[in-house]
Design a protein around this ligand. Structure first.
Ligand SMILES: Nc1ncnc2c1ncn2[C@@H]1O[C@H](COP(=O)(O)OP(=O)(O)OP(=O)(O)O)[C@@H](O)[C@H]1O
Length: 678
């Protein structure tokens, strides 16, 4: 019934239907669930309770003849006096000359607009004749389009409710409705469109938020379960003794959090199901170390492993460090876009012949020419930088390889459970012993000279410094110019005593490699760089991170950059040079100086920016909710997640009569039925 076309509703002709389709409304169900994005309230308050500049609704009697005047090109102003309680209020209406005829002294009107406390004046945006009691106090506001006016939309929604309202199925089982005191579905739906009171609207919203989150969580968790149970994977029987020897050969003892994450990963590897796990941890918490051990486990099981990272610098760095770690134990090779010709062919052949145990690289790894002999384990670093397609292509190069995603962006729990509800998650929430939190300062641009002498002082003590240049877009020519300029400026200050290097994305790969190598070997003391060093770069001797125009970066990015220092046991410093104009910018700087905990910081970031922005718009892949808001309605989300888990654990969805309607609804989604996942 509800899936019938919208044209079945009285008053929807062909033309109107076309306009509605442009709004994404095809069926009666689409229309019924096309909820307002906002509600305006028109409840009157006594004048004395109004605050200056508030949007207010007042009711009064017109006591002066409305006066119309014109100004500019066809602009008009209509003014009249209203008697409200014992006060004379001036009402001003712009560009509504037509209203003069409708408004007469003695009339009672209800006007809504911006309230000016000092002048006892209201700038009217809406008016209605008659007392406020006769008006609807809460007005829904919908997204509209040309050809679809508010009145017309409301009219057909009303017809749809009248005609089809009773056929809307209740999908939540009674016990859940009772537990959370949720109104019944049809009733709630009516309230969403025609709210009778604030409180009834609140309950209606609560119901739909919960319903939306529960359905989402059920689908995500079903996908995960499905993935675990039905996909054949490889039970990798790794050699425990060799693995233990390897772990013991590392120059440090693993933290408890590293051990826990490793155990979770190894358990997945041993099981016949395919691993689909996210390893997250703060910058420098030792994720790469865990990943390396897991890769080694896979090798002892006779498989090949592969590590895909987002930048060439990072690929090179991982290659160098893994080569060192696996000296005499495994063959490690590097494949990036800049390795060409004969060398490339040799590497590819070696990979195919199983002479390479671990292949590290950028997205060059997913090209068709790369053929593995037996790929058993895939690690994808900074996974949100790769598109879903890219990740899938790498995974498909093996026969059901285990997949581990790593991210150094500590994802707030709120987001993790929604965005990655289909993955298992391991968290490294502990820093290696001996780390000192990075001291972070926010200074104004005019203090640059003092910052430069501070850098010198640290370098005199044998340390190194990064100076990050004001840019956001690596591809922007102007920004590269910024980096080059800053480099010349600093070279003029420091050289020849202190060698300064320059790094940016437009450098030739050989040059990049060379600069990084020189910095890693302490030949360069200061590295002026764009954000290419943002992820993963590991030079523990660097203790200073200076960020120019820090207000131009988001909190997560600042935190990533700061994570390049404080990687050894020496005290490190992060200096944010910033003159933020707006409050959000100032707030960001303040948060940075107050916390070094990446998880806390990203929660704050989420609040400042909103979830849509968190991963960058394009790659976000974040679910969009119609009624719920992940940040604001966090508790509902958490509750829904737990309830979904309980429903699935008890198999109520499949076996319990009370859950039948919910089950039908969940299984309507093709994603849940098919084997789609990434
Ligand atoms: N348990 C540990 N104890 C001491 N040092 C450790 C430990 N684990 C890793 N390290 C060292 O800490 C540094 C950071 O580790 P690693 O590169 O693995 O972190 P990461 O989480 O991958 O960092 P990022 O997110 O910045 O890429 C490295 O120099 C590494 O050798």
């Amino acid at each position: 019934m509800l899936s019938r076309p919208i044209s079945d509703i009285n008053g929807v002709g062909e033309k109107f239907e076309t306009h509605l389709k442009e709004l994404g409304l095809f069926t009666i169900e689409d229309l019924l669930f096309y909820f307002p994005f906002r509600y305006d309230t028109y409840e009157t308050k006594p004048l004395t309770e109004l605050t200056h500049n508030e949007k207010a609704t007042i009711e009064g009697q017109i006591v002066s003849e409305p006066a119309l005047s014109y100004f500019g090109k066809r602009k008009s102003r209509l003014t009249f006096t209203l008697q409200v309680e014992q006060f004379a209020v001036k009402a001003v209406m712009f560009n509504r000359a037509f209203a003069k005829k409708q408004l007469n002294p003695g009339d009672t009107v209800t006007v809504t607009g911006k309230w000016d406390q000092q002048r006892l004046q209201i700038t009217v945006s809406q008016f209605k004749k008659g007392e406020s009691k006769s008006q609807e106090p809460i007005q829904p506001v919908y997204t509209l389009k040309e050809g679809v006016s508010l009145q017309r939309l409301r009219k057909i929604i009303k017809s749809a409710i009248d005609e089809y309202g009773e056929t809307i199925p209740e999908i939540l089982p009674e016990d859940l409705q009772k537990t959370y005191k949720l109104p019944e579905r049809t009733q709630a739906l009516k309230q969403m469109h025609y709210p009778e009171s604030r409180i009834m609207l609140k309950h209606a919203k609560r119901r739909f938020i919960y319903e939306e989150f529960l359905l989402f969580q059920l689908k995500m968790q079903l996908l995960r379960k499905h993935h675990r149970e039905s996909t054949t994977g490889n039970a990798q029987s790794y050699d425990n003794d060799r693995l233990t020897d390897f772990v013991q050969s590392l120059p440090f003892e693993l933290t408890q959090a590293q051990k826990r994450s490793l155990a979770e990963i190894l358990k997945d590897m041993k099981s016949p199901h395919r691993m689909n796990r996210l390893l997250q941890g703060d910058v420098g918490s030792g994720k790469t170390a865990v990943a390396a051990i897991a890769l080694y486990a896979s090798i002892t099981a006779g498989k090949q492993g592969s590590l895909m990272v987002p930048t060439e610098i990072l690929a090179e760095q991982h290659y160098q460090s893994l080569k060192g770690m696996f000296e005499g134990l495994a063959n490690v090779a590097l494949l990036t876009g800049s390795i060409k010709g004969k060398k490339r062919r040799e590497i590819l052949e070696a990979v195919e012949r199983n002479e390479v145990d671990i292949l590290i690289g950028t997205h060059a790894l997913i090209q068709d020419e790369v053929v593995f002999h037996d790929l058993g384990f895939v690690i994808v670093d900074e996974q949100h930088r790769f598109g879903v397609q890219q990740r899938r292509r790498l995974r498909d190069k093996g026969l059901y390889p285990d997949v581990l995603f790593m991210t150094a962006t500590p994802i707030p729990r709120t987001l993790a459970i929604t965005a990655f509800g289909d993955m298992d998650v391991s968290v490294i929430d502990e820093m290696p012993a001996g780390r000192k939190p990075v001291d972070t300062y926010w200074v104004k641009g005019q203090m640059t000279d003092r910052v430069l002498s501070f850098i010198k002082k640290e370098i005199d003590q044998g340390h190194q410094a990064y100076v990050i240049c004001p840019l956001i877009e690596e591809s922007d020519k102007l920004d590269i110019q910024n980096a080059v300029d800053l480099y010349h400026q600093l070279a003029a200050v420091y050289e020849p005593d202190i060698p300064v290097g320059l790094m940016h994305g437009r450098l030739h790969n050989d040059e990049k490699e060379e600069v990084m190598q020189q910095f890693a070997e302490n030949e360069l003391k200061v590295l002026v760089s764009t954000t290419v060093v943002e992820v993963g770069v590991n030079v523990p001797n660097a203790t200073v991170m200076v960020i120019y125009d820090a207000e131009r970066f988001g909190l997560s990015q600042l935190h990533q950059l700061r994570g390049r220092v404080g990687r050894g046991s020496d005290q490190s410093y992060c200096i944010l040079l910033a003159d933020p104009k707006g409050d959000v910018g100032k707030e960001r700087m303040r948060i940075m100086t107050e916390t070094t905990d990446g998880f806390e910081l990203s929660e704050q970031d989420l609040k400042l920016r909103g979830p849509g922005d968190f991963f960058g718009k394009k790659q976000s892949g974040m679910p969009e909710f119609k009624v719920g808001d992940m940040v604001h309605d966090y508790r509902a989300l958490e509750t829904a997640r737990k309830d979904a888990a309980e429903i699935l654990n008890n198999e109520w969805l499949d076996t319990d009569k009370r859950y039948r309607a919910l089950r039908d609804f969940v299984y309507q989604d093709e994603q849940v039925v098919g084997d789609v996942l990434d």
